[in-house]
Design a protein around this ligand. Structure first.
Ligand SMILES: *Cc1c(COP(=O)(O)O)cnc(C)c1O
Length: 379
């Protein structure tokens, strides 16, 4: 590493923390002092603000994004004998939630340019599930790397086969499709506030968005041990999955910057694309969509060489995801699209994510772009 090459952060949470300053300290102290650590007033305030931000009718927070997925599947009564269609190229939680409930995740392929669930593969996955004697009940499209999945084409397929759509928007909160916000594009939408997500807290957190009054009420009960009309009335078997009041207070402060941060992420993505489109396959955002740019992910046939060269210059990269779920030891026995998952397999060997956060300044970003250009053009 040359002396000028100071290390670059992959995600610079410290820059955001400096910007939030004393406001954030005070928000946390208010909770410490009022003492309502569980289901305190900030939780409801955050839910209302997230509903206003997305235009969703209901927001129910919970302990993490994986629980957000699981709680919706529980509320819909998903279990043994049911098939839940999921992409293979995603974070494990997308398939873990249905598997944990005894349902069968059925792996489908993704589209090569935008990385989200392929409608053609979904059709084949539904037929394959039926042929196995399973009842296809839910599809979980993933807003991978921040871009909304192709709900315009996926929703009619789901409707034609009687499936509900649960959006995994752990990476997609803040994105839009045809002017509608993620959170309103599916029967229910799950998101995560894990620190590295576009809207992250300082621990674990998650939320569900829905237009469905009855679903919102059931979720509100399930996250509190299946609570009925009062604390010691147990209407159903639930779980303990609440968002801490302290995390809600932190998220309220971060949400106030989120719109600006999304614009800054889009500017960073635009600079990467302008600089790198000639030497790598850059991520495509479909017409009519905006991305939350949770990740900026290139496709490079010689990824290892590029990653090593960047590493030597103090530029971190990451691989999301090196092994598709249908090849994971815990998941390889589950059914998949009989036509194969060739795109998921290929992407796992080619993707490389570059540093991406709202505080990546143009000078630092030029260093990254120039380093990629140098390695990609020497072989
Ligand atoms: C992060 C993530 C989750 C899980 O969120 P947690 O809050 O970590 O439980 C689920 N799906 C996808 C696609 C994710 O990226």
């Amino acid at each position: 590493m040359s002396p000028a090459a100071t290390p670059i952060a992959f995600i610079d949470l410290a820059a955001q923390r400096r910007r939030l300053g004393a406001r954030l300290d005070q928000a946390m102290l208010r909770v410490v002092d009022h003492g309502q650590y569980i289901m305190g007033p900030e939780v409801r305030t955050l839910e209302r603000q997230l509903a206003a931000f997305t235009g969703a009718r209901h927001v129910v927070t919970c302990a993490n994004g994986t629980d957000a997925l699981t709680l919706v599947l529980m509320a819909w009564g998903i279990g043994p004998g049911d098939a839940v269609l999921v992409p293979s190229f995603t974070f494990v939680a997308t398939a873990e939630a249905p598997a944990l409930l005894g349902a069968t995740p059925v792996f489908c392929d993704v589209e090569p340019d935008r990385f989200t669930l392929s409608p053609e593969s979904l059709e084949r996955g539904i037929a394959a599930a039926r042929a196995l004697g399973l009842t296809p009940r839910v599809v979980i499209p993933v807003d991978l790397f921040g871009q909304p999945a192709d709900y315009r084409r996926l929703a009619p397929i789901a409707a034609a086969h009687g499936l509900r759509v649960l959006a995994d928007a752990a990476q997609g909160l803040g994105a839009t499709l045809d002017g509608r916000a993620v959170g309103t594009l599916a029967d229910a939408t799950a998101t995560s506030f894990f620190p590295a997500k576009p809207l992250g807290c300082y621990g674990d957190g998650g939320a569900v968005f829905t237009e469905d009054d009855a679903l919102a009420e059931t979720l509100g009960s399930l996250r509190l041990h299946g609570k009925g009309s009062h604390k010691y009335d147990n209407a159903r078997i639930g779980v303990n999955s609440r968002l801490d009041t302290l995390q809600a207070a932190i998220l309220i402060e971060k949400l106030s910057l989120f719109g600006e941060e999304l614009a800054a992420r889009a500017a960073v993505a635009g600079r990467y694309t302008a600089g790198l489109a000639g030497v790598a396959t850059v991520p495509a955002v479909v017409a009519g969509a905006t991305s939350a740019w949770a990740q900026y992910t290139l496709r490079l046939p010689d990824r290892a060489r590029v990653a090593a060269a960047l590493q030597a210059e103090g530029i971190p990269t990451a691989i999301y995801y090196p092994v598709p779920l249908h090849r994971q030891p815990a998941y390889q026995a589950f059914p998949a699209d009989p036509a194969g998952l060739a795109v998921s397999d290929r992407l796992a060997g080619e993707v490389l994510s570059l540093p991406m956060h709202p505080y990546l300044d143009p000078v630092t970003q030029d260093r990254i772009i120039n380093a990629v250009l140098r390695v990609a053009t020497t072989s």
